[in-house]
Each structure stands twice: as structure tokens, then as C-alpha cells.
Design a protein around this ligand. Structure first.
Ligand SMILES: Cc1ncc(COP(=O)(O)O)c(C=O)c1O
Length: 490
């Protein structure tokens, strides 16, 4: 994988195994960033920033994480200054919506004017634009499609598969409607069956938990004579922010020779994953969330050649929303027979300025360094999680914190002194509203309802997103405010 300037990037698969303390996760200093904003200068060699979080010099884990976050403060201040966000709010709901940086807005505006001035159309497969983005995701342009958003990508993926009545899809009970809706259509239209695993919550889980849960369920279904055909899961789930470990789950997929469908709404722009190395059949992500592209943009990765990461044959799949239909048989080796991603990207005349702006956002991320952004986001999130643990205790967390493979930049927890209050939807929503209304700047966060094993009703956990336009001070202010509201509502 290479960055925008041609610099070789480390393959990101397996890097989530590294702890946040590993130097390999930290890269690019401020002087280099300023140079990079001068367009295309090669990213400089990256110096070590500091030793591990906690332990050293008697620091607590929280102090260690904070030190990590502020050591490159000027760099991140420059990054924060790329955005046009209002200053009377602290935006911590990126999981729902990102925000275009100014340079991306400029491209969007210029391209809109150019399109209008020259009465341009948006026909074509846009392979040139896709080629600019694909290396940042570890794939070729024929494997990276522009979709309208995550939900649209999930529709393309799921409704295009040649389902047979009785096929079983194993998934979880924490999926988003973006994936669940096409799945429900496939149930009614093709007669497939859906088997849902009940998701654990909290810190007492590991990547192995998910391998076991999926593997055991598939074996049990097979023992009943069921034909398990696919696994579908969210990485991370939008409800608790639990990062289901793709690389580990792909081992289950390969063992049982299944189709793999990942709802990766939050992955582009948050995590620096290499999808060629992961070998998933489909990963549907948003362009408008963590990647900070325009609304109505998404990135759909479709496996289109056999790589060593996944030797299984490509699934039979037909485009469902397209102006490009290539009837060439799908390849059985490492060379694509046609550009499958074109069939998702093109359907009549599309709004090209939107995708050009998305490309600019992706280039910006490649230039800053996707791994650096991932590390910063996850460190902010770990800092938040540890601060929550300090005040509320570890049982308040719905998001796991200790297995790095399960870590995402989403943090979900129970802020209430009376733990059962989290099942009161109105109270949870009031907490979210007060976090915005009672503070200046107010905090934009959200809640989400989900099943908890053994609970009498849904929990409405409070969810916080931490991304590159925030810093440790934002997290400090957030936690102080949440503690205050929590006490006021006790
Ligand atoms: C896990 C997950 N899947 C799908 C979606 C839908 O995203 P989009 O608006 O990009 O379709 C979301 C949105 O928050 C999500 O969190």
C-alpha cells in the first residue's frame, strides 16, 4: 500500500494487534504535516514520540494516554483547523455524520461550478477517480466502488447475491437497519434464513469470544442440516462500538467456506485497514462519516480476484442498480476478468463533484497517514474509556477497552448512578439533550438502544465518537460535564 505521495505504507492488517504504545502506530510530525499541505511532498521519516502509556515515571494509564495525545498537540491543532465546524458545539457524533474539511468543500464547490459552467454530465465508470482512492484501502480500482452510503452498499452487496431458499446468514442482534433491511428483503424474496448471535457487551470479552460465537453457531446449524452460506457483521457495531475483529472472523469464514459481508459504516476514515489482505467479499463503508466526504457518498469494497488472503471462489453476484453489466464469468485466479466495482459506481449520470470531493478527502487522509489518524482516534477513545472507568467503574462500559482488536473510536456507556435507569429511554435521551443544552460549547453525542443478554429490556447506552478534530481537553471537558449531569440526574 502506498500513500498519496508514493511512500510505502505498512500493511495495516494485524496492526490492531499492536498496543497504542507501539511506536509503529505513531507517525508524521507537525513540520511534515505543514510540508504535506504544501501538496505531495514526501512524508518524512517519523520519529519516535514517546514511550508507553502508564507505568513510566509513576504515570497512571489515564495520564499516560493523555501525555501521548498532547505530545503532538500543534500537529493536531493544525488538523483541527482544517475544519469549518461551529465553535459553540463540540461535535462528538461522527458515527452519525462527519464534516467536510475546507479543502474538500473547495473541491466540491469548484467542481460544482465547473460542471454547471460547462453543462457536464456524470456518465462513466469513474475508474480514474477510484484508482486514486483504492491504494489507501489496500485494493485495486476494480475492487473499490463509490456507493451512495453504507446502506446503499449493503443493498448492492446483499441483494446481488444469488441466494437460494434455505441459505442461512449468520449475523448478530446488534446490526444496523442499513444491513438488516436488505437482509429482511432477501428473507422474503429468496427464502433465506437469518441466525442471530446475541452480542456480549462490556469489557469482559476478547476477539476469541467472537470466533467462538460464530464458529459454534455455524457448527450447530450445520449439525441441524442447515446450509450456512454467509456471515454478516458490523465492524464496529453502531450500538456499543465493539469492533468485531475482521481478520479473526475471516478465519471462521474460510473454515466454513462462506461469503463475508461487513457493515463497515465507520471504517473508512477511522481505521487504516488493508482490505486486500483481509480478503472480505464485501465491506460497505460511509464516505460521509469518519472519512469526512460529502453526504451521499460511500465506499464499497468488493472482492474481485483471488488473493492468498482468501482463496475461496468469488461468490456469484449480480449488480442490482447499474448501467454497467458485464457478463464475463468472474475470475478463478489473481487477475480480475472485469471491473466489478464499475457496476456499483455507475447507474446513469451521477454527481461527479461529490465523488471528486470524496477523493480529495481520501487523499488528505492518505497524506496525514491513515495509521496516524487511527492511532490518534483510538487513543482519544481509550483515554475517554479509562476516564469513564475512573469515575463510573468498568461495569459502566458497554464498549470493550482492553482487547485492542475490539477497540474502535466509538465509546458507549451507562452514565447513570442507578444502573437500571439506562433502560429508561426518555431518561437516556434527556441526558443526551442536557449535554448539548446545559454547556457552552454544548456536546453533540447520542444514544442507541440495544439488547443486553439477560436484561429485561433494551439498554439505551450513551455513545461518544472521538475523531481527529478533538483533543484531550475536549475529552476532559466532556467527562466533567457527563459526571455533572449524571449527578444532577441521580
Ligand atoms: C453500523 C452502521 N451501518 C449502517 C449505517 C448507515 O449509514 P449510512 O447513512 O452511510 O447508510 C450506520 C449509520 O450510522 C451504521 O452505524
Amino acid at each position: 500500500m502506498q500513500d498519496a505521495s508514493g511512500k510505502q505504507l505498512e500493511s495495516s492488517v494485524g496492526l490492531t494487534n499492536l498496543s497504542l504504545e507501539d511506536e509503529a502506530r505513531w507517525s508524521v510530525k507537525r513540520r511534515d504535516f505543514l510540508r504535506m499541505l504544501g501538496y505531495g511532498a514526501s512524508a518524512a521519516a517519523l520519529g519516535p514520540l514517546m514511550a508507553g502509556c502508564g507505568g513510566a515515571n509513576g504515570q497512571t494509564t489515564v495520564e499516560g494516554l493523555r501525555a501521548k495525545l498532547v505530545q503532538d498537540e500543534a500537529f493536531w491543532t493544525d488538523v483541527q483547523n482544517m475544519f469549518v465546524l461551529r465553535t459553540d458545539k463540540t461535535y462528538m457524533n461522527i458515527g452519525t455524520a462527519g464534516s467536510m474539511p475546507e479543502v474538500v468543500l473547495s473541491v466540491f464547490q469548484e467542481e460544482n461550478f465547473a460542471k454547471a459552467a460547462d453543462s457536464l454530465n456524470g456518465y462513466g465508470t469513474h475508474a480514474d477517480l477510484r484508482a486514486l482512492v483504492a491504494p489507501g484501502f489496500g485494493v485495486d480500482s476494480d475492487e473499490l466502488a463509490f456507493s451512495a452510503n453504507t446502506s446503499s452498499g449493503m443493498c448492492h452487496a446483499i441483494l446481488g447475491i444469488d441466494w437460494q431458499a434455505g441459505d442461512v446468514v449468520v449475523t448478530t442482534n446488534h446490526e444496523h437497519g442499513g444491513g438488516d433491511t436488505p437482509l429482511a428483503i432477501a428473507v422474503d424474496r429468496f427464502g433465506i434464513e437469518v441466525s442471530r448471535i446475541s452480542m456480549p457487551v462490556g469489557n469482559n470479552q476478547s476477539a476469541a469470544t467472537y470466533v467462538e460465537l460464530f464458529d459454534e453457531r455455524i457448527r450447530a446449524l450445520k449439525a441441524q442440516g442447515k446450509r450456512v452460506r454467509a456471515m454478516m457483521w458490523s465492524s464496529p457495531t453502531y450500538k456499543t462500538g465493539t469492533m468485531l475483529p475482521i481478520a479473526d472472523l475471516m478465519e471462521v469464514v474460510k473454515t466454513h467456506e462462506l461469503i463475508s459481508i461487513v457493515d463497515g459504516a465507520h471504517l473508512p476514515g477511522m481505521m487504516a485497514y488493508d482490505y486486500g489482505a483481509l480478503g472480505v467479499d464485501f465491506m460497505s463503508g460511509a464516505g460521509h462519516k469518519w472519512q469526512c466526504g460529502p453526504g451521499s457518498t460511500g465506499i464499497l469494497i468488493i472482492r474481485n480476484k483471488i488473493r492468498s488472503s482468501n482463496p475461496l471462489p468469488l461468490p456469484n453476484w449480480y449488480p442490482v442498480h447499474t448501467s454497467y453489466y458485464n457478463t464475463t464469468p468472474r475470475t478463478t485466479n489473481g487477475t480480475a476478468t472485469y471491473d466489478v466495482a464499475a457496476s456499483v459506481t455507475t447507474c446513469g449520470s451521477v454527481h461527479t463533484p461529490m465523488f471528486k470531493a470524496l477523493v480529495r478527502a481520501c487523499e488528505l487522509w492518505d497524506t496525514i497517514g491513515r495509521k496516524k489518524i487511527e492511532t490518534y482516534d483510538l487513543t482519544l477513545s481509550s483515554y475517554l474509556k479509562e476516564k469513564i472507568v475512573e469515575l463510573w467503574g468498568v461495569d459502566a462500559l458497554y464498549s470493550p477497552k482492553d482487547d485492542p482488536k475490539l477497540l474502535s473510536a466509538l465509546t458507549s456507556f451507562n452514565p447513570f448512578r442507578n444502573a437500571n435507569d439506562i433502560m429508561d429511554q426518555a431518561k437516556s435521551s434527556e441526558f443526551v439533550s442536557r449535554m448539548l443544552a446545559d454547556y457552552s460549547p454544548g456536546f453533540v453525542i447520542r444514544n442507541a438502544g440495544f439488547d443486553v443478554i439477560g436484561a429485561p429490556s433494551q439498554h439505551y447506552g450513551v455513545r461518544v465518537s472521538t475523531h481527529l478534530w478533538q483533543d484531550a481537553n475536549d475529552v476532559d471537558r466532556l467527562v466533567a460535564a457527563m459526571w455533572e449531569v449524571s449527578n444532577a440526574m441521580a
